[in-house]
Design a protein around this ligand. Structure first.
Ligand SMILES: C[S@@+](CC[C@H](N)C(=O)[O-])C[C@H]1O[C@@H](n2cnc3c(N)ncnc32)[C@H](O)[C@@H]1O
Length: 216
């Protein structure tokens, strides 16, 4: 019960933080705390490459959990990569302001964006980019418990797997600026014990990120 109330409080605080940011900067990477577009897009490519490595052919349904203003949806739609056509996208976010912004943008049917912290139906892959980076508590245990519960809910709706990134460090901590850095090996161990086989992907272009690929 206490855990549930805490999760509700976190969601309210996260929503407040991102609403304020989005109202200030609008539909651009800085509007959801990314430092620049290249790095936002690099994260999308890493995630999509990992999904493609597991499902190299045919149509793939993906739930983009923590979709922000819908940047991945537009990346897939406008992408130069012709392979992107096989992705059937749905974006989820806990923030009603951001979901409204996604639905109001031209080019993508509004029904492809939904309010929520996990898919509302089973998809091939759940993907999350930056979704759990911004902590709203200084209590590391509480934040990690919250994240793992969110992952657990997404896992239930993920037919083939989940791909998500986290900031990573030698030990887990929450920075002065409230950014959560994970001990990625601990998170991997948890995913492997509770979900499925889990790999860590690192790329030199994003030295403080790690991407986890969890498959059934
Ligand atoms: C750093 S932004 C990233 C947005 C988008 N993935 C991108 O790369 O442009 C994080 C987003 O995750 C959302 N979010 C945070 N926690 C969430 C949760 N537990 N479930 C769904 N969305 C969440 C926030 O509202 C915010 O829009």
């Amino acid at each position: 019960m206490r855990k549930m109330l805490r999760a509700l409080r976190f969601r309210k605080l996260i929503t407040g933080v991102y609403t304020k940011r989005f109202q200030k900067y609008g539909r651009q990477p800085s509007g959801v705390y990314w430092s620049d577009k290249d790095r936002q897009l690099s994260r999308f490519s890493i995630i999509l490459n990992q999904v493609a490595a597991v499902l190299p052919k045919g149509s793939v349904s993906i739930a983009d959990v923590g979709c922000g203003y819908g940047a991945l949806a537009h990346h897939l739609r406008n992408g130069v990569n012709s392979d992107y056509i096989r992705y059937h996208y749905t974006g989820y976010d806990i923030n009603p302001t951001l979901i409204r912004a996604c639905r109001g943008a031209p080019g993508i049917p509004s029904k492809q964006f939904k309010l929520g912290d996990c898919p509302s139906e089973v998809v091939d892959f759940s993907v999350m980019s930056g979704t759990y980076n911004m902590s709203v508590t200084r209590d590391l245990d509480h934040w990690e418990t919250y994240i793992l519960d969110c992952l657990e809910r997404c896992w239930r709706y993920s037919r083939h797997g989940m791909v998500f990134n986290l900031l990573s460090a030698d030990y887990s901590y929450i920075s002065e600026g409230m950014l959560y850095h994970s001990n990625i090996h601990n998170i991997r161990r948890y995913c492997r014990s509770n979900f499925g086989a889990t790999r860590i992907i690192r790329e030199a272009r994003l030295p403080s990120d790690a991407t986890l690929v969890v498959v059934r």
